[in-house]
Ligand binder design. Structure first.
Ligand code: FAD
Length: 389
């Protein structure tokens, strides 16, 4: 049997069964192809560990700290000079494992035709590209990296307790609850990816599923599953809302055959008849920001989200930082689309997305789609495994 939640996804407009069905039939297959296209697979990102918080622990003394806190023997020559000035205690990043480092190999890059505009929802200056490197996402799948302990815990704690309001859920107004749910949904998705692609045996480099992790971190908390579905629908709504914009956008990477394919996959996704029939409005943002406090709330949540975005520079594992930054940027892009543009009629004229934002948005949607699929297909098996003990 498949893992099933019943009813409508809270605050959304579609039920779980419809989401599972549409994802399996339409969204997941198209997204899997789309993220492999040259347009979607290269992401421009500032990967430096450039953390504005916790200055006392020297976490980012090594600007590109891709290898820290590792045994002496693993220490790369280029970092040797630092050993004299920093004790090993100073090197707080936990990136010694090869699976935590980002593969920077590129086979082509040609980027044209997109505007460079800053997203007010995120901390990064998206227009500033002198510090950025291109990464081939296909070479760097989001999966188990071994990143954990106080460094990872500190990031999640900061994201939840500093940036999400602390009062009990029922006192939250709709809008603030949404920010919490988006973060929690993303967290669930990251945990599901760790569980679905886990290093089972380091000695033989054997990778596989770890269903216990999925159960103990996600499935045993129904809210975390709900938030995953919620976040998926929220991002899906952002994508379909911009259909006319994305249809007209430029997907030129200098490879006409591939670029035509990108455009056609985009169109298939944006205007899929099954999706439009079964879930035409995955999330209804028009219901939000209605009250008197609307504008003030929007500013507050924007500031909170910016902090969450800034905290991503403190993630002490390069590959986790890459996916953390990409997915938070994707969420920021979804927020910008849904909450910065009220005039849907003229969206194509008003909205300005830069290509990196579209890449983040589509890769985020694909990640969420993969997580929804994995939970749906493997959830029941995970429950059986754990409960059968
Ligand atoms: P954590 O996942 O660290 O959770 C901490 C606490 O948050 C939990 O105890 C719980 O109280 C709460 N919590 C957990 N899940 C939810 C949820 N869905 N909703 C609400 N609250 C929740 N590790 C990898 O192996 N690969 C990666 O690609 C990777 N990417 C990461 C990206 C970021 C941005 C961060 C901060 C960490 C990343 N990590 C990654 C580390 C990973 O997320 C965990 O922190 C780590 O595996 C330790 O897990 P844990 O069981 O201690 O709980």
């Amino acid at each position: 049997g498949k893992h099933r939640h019943k009813g409508t996804v809270e605050d959304c407009c579609c039920d779980y069964e419809t989401v599972d069905h549409l994802n399996g039939e339409v969204l997941h297959p198209i997204l899997q192809q789309l993220v492999k296209t040259p347009f979607c697979r290269y992401y421009k990102v500032k990967l430096w560990c450039d953390c504005p918080f916790w200055p006392e622990d020297n976490m980012c003394r090594l600007r590109d700290c891709s290898v820290c806190e590792c045994p002496e023997s693993e220490f790369p020559d280029s970092f040797k000079p630092f050993q004299r000035t920093l004790s090993s205690d100073d090197l707080k990043c936990r990136e010694g494992k090869p699976q935590a480092a980002v593969d920077r190999t590129l086979d082509s890059k040609a980027f044209r035709g997109w505007t460079e505009t800053d997203n007010p929802w995120t901390y990064d200056d998206e227009t500033d590209n002198s510090e950025m490197t291109y990464v081939n996402l296909q070479l760097n799948p989001e999966r188990y990296t071994g990143y954990n302990g106080t460094s990872a815990r500190r990031i999640w704690d900061a994201v939840y307790s500093e940036n999400c309001p602390k009062y009990p859920a029922e006192e939250l107004c709709q809008e603030e609850k949404i920010l919490y749910k988006l973060i929690s949904g993303l967290h669930s998705s990251i945990s599901v990816h760790i569980a679905s692609d886990y290093l089972i045996d380091e000695a033989t480099n054997l990778w596989g599923h770890n269903l216990e992790i999925m159960y103990y971190r996600v499935l045993q908390y129904p809210n975390r599953v709900e938030n995953l579905y919620f976040t998926f629908l929220f991002v899906l709504r952002a994508v379909t809302k911009t259909a006319d914009y994305l249809e007209q956008a430029e997907y030129d990477t200098g490879n006409p055959t591939e670029d035509i394919k990108t455009q056609s996959l985009m169109k298939q996704l944006l205007y899929d008849p099954k999706l439009q029939a079964a879930c035409p409005l995955p999330f209804d943002e028009a219901k939000l920001w209605k009250g008197r406090r609307g504008p003030e709330l929007k500013q507050k949540i924007q500031a909170q989200f910016k902090n969450i975005s800034a905290v991503m520079d403190c993630v002490g594992c390069e590959k986790c930082r890459l996916w953390g930054k990409l997915q938070v940027s994707g969420l920021g892009t979804a927020l910008k689309i849904l909450f910065s543009v009220n005039d849907e009629e003229n969206l194509v004229q008003i909205l300005q997305l830069q290509r990196n934002e579209v890449i983040a948005l589509m890769n985020l949607l694909n990640r969420l789609s993969e997580s929804v699929k994995f939970v749906h297909e493997m959830g029941a098996a995970a429950e059986k495994l754990v409960q059968g003990r």
